[in-house]
Each structure stands twice: as structure tokens, then as C-alpha cells.
Write a protein of this length. Structure first.
Length: 160
């Protein structure tokens, strides 16, 4: 079995931005993957939201940095992928965010993400409690902005 990755969009910020939106996503792929390399200011949290929905999201995050570890859950109007202040002291990192069965209209949407930074590792699994097909993805920090030079890529993934 092979995976076929198709680049759908890429964005490099030329100014600071409070969010990044990938919109008009077609339903031609099995999964979506978002790859980030983010510099930020004044925040320690990264969230994701689908179709502009501020409805129900739930997630479980595990963090590790040296000899320190933490785990926590979150529910609310966006899925928290990184940080809540327990470990992170910066906001420069890269993430791979896998969104499963995004075009399906019969299941809730599940997410698995891995984030690396100089402060350690965050792993997140989460669920958007909605059966709508995902047509847009928004990434945003709890506070502050994504800084100039941050990059965001959206990929379509088919399993053959």
C-alpha cells in the first residue's frame, strides 16, 4: 500500500497574522495533512477550527520536555493542539496535523498531531463533534500572532 501526497496550498507569511485559513477545500482526498513551521509572539497555544465552526471540539494532549511531562484535556470552541502554559516558554515550532476522513458526512472528524519545538514534544488527538465535510481549516493562536516567515502547507492524502 502506498500513500499519494498532493500539495493543495502553501503560504509563507509576509506580515504578522492572527490566523491562517485554508478555504474551498474539495473532497477529492481521503485525509488532509497540515504542515507548519511557526514563529509566534506572546502566546503558548495553537488551535484549529473547521468550517468556521465554534461548536464542539474535544482533545487530549500529551507534552514532554526533558524530565517534565504533562497531560490534559480540552473542550471548547476550537481544538487545542499545542501548549497551555505548562511547559512551553516559546512559540517557535513545527507541526504535522493529520485530519482523517475529512470529506465524510457520516463520522465525526478526528485529528492526530505532533509538534516539535526546542521546549519538547506535544502529541494531540482530538475530535470535531460534527459530521459535516471539512471545506476550510483555520489555525490560530490563543493570543498574539503568527510572525512573518511562518509557513503553512496543506496536503491531500490518498491511500492506494
Amino acid at each position: 500500500m502506498t500513500d499519494a501526497w498532493t500539495p493543495l496550498a502553501e503560504l509563507t507569511l509576509t506580515t504578522s497574522e492572527s490566523d491562517v485559513v485554508f478555504s474551498s477545500i474539495g473532497g477529492s482526498y481521503r485525509d488532509l495533512v497540515v504542515v507548519t513551521n511557526i514563529d509566534g509572539s506572546a502566546q503558548t497555544e495553537l488551535f484549529i477550527r473547521f468550517n468556521g465552526d465554534t461548536g464542539s471540539y474535544v482533545s487530549l494532549r500529551l507534552q514532554g520536555a526533558g524530565g517534565t511531562a504533562a497531560a490534559n484535556t480540552h473542550s471548547g470552541n476550537g481544538m487545542r493542539l499545542v501548549g497551555n502554559g505548562d511547559i512551553k516558554t516559546d512559540f517557535t515550532f513545527n507541526s504535522v496535523i493529520h485530519i482523517f476522513d475529512y470529506a465524510s458526512t457520516s463520522v465525526h472528524k478526528h485529528v492526530l498531531s505532533r509538534t516539535n519545538s526546542s521546549q519538547g514534544l506535544d502529541l494531540c488527538t482530538g475530535r470535531w463533534v460534527n459530521t459535516s465535510a471539512i471545506t476550510s481549516v483555520t489555525l490560530y493562536p490563543a493570543t498574539g500572532t503568527f510572525e512573518t516567515g511562518s509557513t503553512f502547507q496543506l496536503w491531500g492524502l490518498n491511500t492506494a
